[in-house]
Design a protein around this ligand. Structure first.
Ligand code: NZQ
Ligand code: ZN
Length: 393
């Protein structure tokens, strides 16, 4: 097991009706004014925004609303939030929504705490020294942003999607009421399940050894999400399955399943971010579409880890060799994706990619051939292009 630091400072309030506590939790932050940030309307339609506002009113907390965040959140909305927040004297941001809203809130928080251009952080030109405090009321179990140190923003100038990570942006609190996720369309529920699994899989498939505790937590998480995703296909209002998935969302990306590993591969994520940047697809579905091709490209580097995934998570009977078991596991994972309505190729994702687009994706992902991605196998620009080609379907 490698040395590690585990830092998960977010206070979690989990369960039915917990959003009623929002005002009380914000009151404890001693802030002057809150920016209430939300998406394209689901929280208005469900009545959640209204309940949150009542909870703030009850505590006498001033606030200003800012909606309109879209999936794959845009830099222009971040800039709007920074201007509005500065003008209104905001000193706390409440994100009511999913990963896109929380990520937009984090970026606004960085931008308000710094005089320069917020995109600099995402373009890796500077590192952040501060962020406004943020709280989250989560409405979709997926990205794990409610407990992660990351945010991912799309710059419309070139449609480039980039992530930035720092502990300054960790949410002060996260309110997790699984009931709030019952209004999700099935496609979003299942994309979320894939994303949750990927956050653990990116860490599970590594070059580490002696990881019994971390492996055990990861395998239990993966099995639980698989089972719950299947349940939710038939019973979208099943509270217990919603609850398992929501807790898994937070645990899968708060660092827990990476403790003692070599840091996580995250190549599938990097490859996918280029897809959702260029084609505006749903992140989890994009991961499902690319993962099998990535796995087939790299599994020979660590057939034992892939075979472990096959046997302990996907319940694939062991074959003659680790390589055979590993391949059967990759097929079983894709069968599972299909069973929950997720794509396993770019074509199924709705992308008919040209040769030029494949090269552009690989060029963007390799930052113009200046970086490699991945740990299981280091991938350069040509490897990336080959994986995109394999994923075409
Ligand atoms: O905008 P509204 O109207 O709210 O609709 C949203 C959106 O269309 C809808 N939705 C959310 N909760 C709902 C609901 N509809 C009905 N009922 C509800 N309760 O679902 C759609 C997707 O929402 P979004 O916030 O985009 O989903 P998700 O949480 O999957 O976030 C995706 C973003 O997070 C990034 C992704 O790249 C993507 O941009 N990620 C962020 C990470 C992080 N910060 O740590 C890590 C991840 O790997 C990921 O990259
Ligand atoms: Zn993800």
């Amino acid at each position: 097991m490698n040395n590690f630091e585990y830092y998960a400072p977010t206070r979690v309030l989990f369960g039915r009706n917990t959003e009623a506590e929002t005002g009380r939790l914000i009151k404890e932050q001693n802030c002057r004014k809150v920016l209430v940030h939300y998406g394209s309307g689901s929280v208005v339609r469900s009545g959640l925004l209204d309940r949150i506002c009542k909870s703030l009113d009850a505590e006498g907390i001033p606030y200003i609303p800012l909606g309109g965040v879209v999936p794959n959140p845009r830099l222009s909305k971040v800039r709007e939030g920074i201007s509005l927040g500065l003008k209104e004297g905001v000193d706390f941001i409440l994100a009511v929504g999913g990963g896109s809203v929380i990520d937009s809130a984090k970026a606004i928080g960085y931008g308000m705490a710094d005089e320069g251009d917020v995109w600099d952080f995402y373009a890796r030109k500077r590192t952040a020294c501060a962020c406004l405090p943020i709280g989250a009321v989560l409405t979709i179990a997926a990205a794990g942003s409610e407990m992660s140190n990351s945010s991912v923003i799309t710059n419309e100038d070139g449609w480039i999607k980039r992530g930035y990570s720092s502990n300054y942006s960790r949410c002060r609190f996260a309110i997790l009421n699984p009931q709030l996720t019952c209004t999700l369309p099935d496609y979003q529920t299942q994309s979320g399940c894939v994303d949750i699994m990927m956050h653990t899989l990116e860490r599970y498939l590594n070059h580490g050894t002696n990881l019994k505790m971390t492996d055990g937590i990861s395998e239990a998480l993966l099995r639980t999400v698989i089972k719950s995703a299947k349940t939710l296909r038939d019973e979208p209002e099943n509270y217990e399955a919603r609850a398992e998935v929501m807790w898994a969302s937070s645990l899968s990306h708060n660092g827990l399943t990476g403790c003692g590993t070599d840091g996580g591969d995250f190549a599938s994520h990097q490859l996918e971010h280029e897809l959702s940047g260029m084609f505006d697809v749903t992140h989890g579905a994009g991961l499902a579409a690319i993962w099998g091709s990535w796995a087939r490209y790299v599994y020979k580097e660590r057939p034992d880890r892939f075979a472990g995934l096959a046997a302990k998570v996907l319940m694939v009977p062991e074959k003659g060799s680790d390589q055979e078991t590993a391949l059967a596991g990759i097929e079983a994972m894709e069968d599972f994706f299909r069973s929950i309505g997720m794509p396993v190729s770019l074509r199924e994702l709705g992308i008919e990619s040209t040769d030029r687009q494949i090269l552009e994706l690989a060029d963007n992902c390799s930052f113009g051939n200046t970086r490699t991605i991945g740990i299981v196998k280091k991938l350069g620009r040509e490897d990336m292009a080959e994986i995109y080609r394999m994923a075409r379907g």
